[in-house]
Design a protein around this ligand. Structure first.
Ligand code: PMP
Length: 432
């Protein structure tokens, strides 16, 4: 049997850091990453044969758990018909139809392969539509790794404590205004100063990449009001929350069409574990994209038939019961974590929005409301907590700045294994 240490050492000799996406390298939590070789339902197995209950779910896509029979069947059928045609296919409209019928105000969809492409294209579309250059983003929000969106980003940028990224030109960085999250006054001031130059404000519907942060009451509505008043677009990034928090994502959870964005971005769940993402919105805005409009965007594998089949089968099976199951399991899990940490005397806050949550350490007083709060927490306590859970066969996100994901396949047996591991992990966090 090959060990994770052997695999990591070979991977490091072949790929920068041994990985193809930085947080996988365990840089923040330390230690050797587990190399997974198989998954089924709520479970993962590493190359050494160790079994884990999975609370990462591929960082969100596996809403229905691994190897959901309907998704696997749809993928097999698609594979049997050919992997990629480079033409239009009926499956693209099937998946687009699920998106337009579920998300209020969305009329048209453009499929791409990654969340990064979705937000990058949304920004270009907003600039093309408004004829303006400036973009506003919030510190700690992650929108993928396109140049202009890396400033003060969350996720791996936060995990590695980077200000942004080398290789981004000053010109690109100077066209992104970064503001503190949940600070309506700062946004108002930015619009008062630069209002006629701002093409769009991009925001995570509820931030999940500096840990989970709840939008303050009315914050999304304020973004909508100010963008409308100043002729800018609002881009709501639901790559992580879309079709996870409800049948219509975060927007479906709050059900307030008074602040509907102009453009949504989706990813993760809409690909069901295959590379698929999208931007979507009102036809009048979306029709600015080529071939109808002047904003260019394209992709050899965009709308790939196997990815469309996985996404369509996932959304077809993402029923109200699925969301009820995930909500109740997640709520129970949050309670159990709080109990274990309280019993061990660990200062913490459980940060949650619907079924998405994360645990922050040393933040009991006010919780985490923005990036500054997230960065001020006791990260080392999470690292001890993480390793104790890993040792006991529970796979958590290898960074305190990431959300935890429950799937509809997390049954009582899986949940009980997580609960049983919590007291020792809480003790490890207390002793760190
Ligand atoms: N936006 C958000 C809110 C995300 O969480 C992510 C990825 N975690 C992205 C965009 C980028 O998506 P991808 O990794 O597919 O490029």
């Amino acid at each position: 049997m090959t060990t994770n240490t052997e695999l990591f050492s070979r991977a490091q000799s072949l790929m920068p850091g041994g990985v193809n996406s930085p947080v996988r390298a365990f840089g923040s939590v330390g230690g050797t990453p587990a190399f997974m070789v198989k998954a089924d339902g709520p479970l993962l197995w590493d190359a050494a044969g160790k079994e884990y209950v999975d609370l990462v779910c591929s960082w969100g896509p596996m809403l229905l758990g691994h190897q959901h029979p309907a998704v696997i069947k749809a993928v097999h059928e698609a594979v049997d018909a050919g992997l990629s045609f480079g033409t239009s296919t009926p499956k693209e409209s099937e998946l687009a139809g699920y998106i337009t019928s579920r998300v209020p105000t969305v009329e048209k969809v453009r499929m791409v392969s990654t969340g990064t492409e979705a937000t990058m294209t949304a920004i270009r579309l907003a600039r093309g539509y408004t004829g303006r250059n400036l973009i506003v983003k919030f510190a700690g929000c992650y929108h993928g790794h396109s140049d202009g969106l890396l400033a003060a980003a969350g996720s791996g940028v936060a995990t590695l404590a980077l200000p942004g990224s080398a290789g981004v030109t000053e010109a690109q960085a100077s066209e992104t205004l970064v503001l503190p999250y949940n600070d309506a006054a700062a946004l108002e001031e930015a619009f008062n100063t630069h209002g006629d130059k701002i093409a769009a404000v991009i925001t995570e519907s509820a931030p999940c990449n500096m840990g989970v942060v709840e939008p303050a009451e009315g914050f999304n509505a304020t973004i909508r009001r100010l963008t409308t008043e100043h002729g800018a677009l609002m881009i709501l990034d639901e790559v992580l929350t879309g079709f996870r928090l409800s049948e219509a994502g975060y927007f479906g959870l709050v059900q307030d069409e008074n602040w509907a964005p102009d453009i949504f971005t989706f990813g993760k769940v809409i690909g069901g574990g295959m590379p698929a993402a999208a931007l979507a919105g009102r036809a009048e805005v979306m029709d600015f994209l080529a071939p109808l409009g002047p904003v260019y965007q394209a992709g050899t594998l965009s709308g790939n038939p196997v990815a469309m089949a996985a996404g369509a089968a996932t959304l077809a099976n993402a029923t109200a019961e699925v969301y009820e199951h995930i909500n109740s399991r997640s709520a129970q899990l949050q309670e159990q974590i709080a109990q274990a940490l309280n019993a061990a005397g660990v200062n913490h806050s459980i940060q949650s929005v619907g079924s998405l949550f994360s645990v922050a350490f040393g933040t009991a007083e006010n919780g985490v409301r923005n990036y500054a709060d997230a960065q001020n927490q006791e990260v080392f306590r999470y690292n001890a907590f993480f390793h104790s859970m890993l040792e006991q066969g529970v796979y958590l996100p290898p960074s305190v700045f990431e959300a935890w994901f429950v799937s509809s396949s997390h049954d009582d047996a899986a949940m009980d294994r997580i609960y049983a591991a919590l007291p020792a992990a809480a003790q490890a966090a207390a002793a760190a």
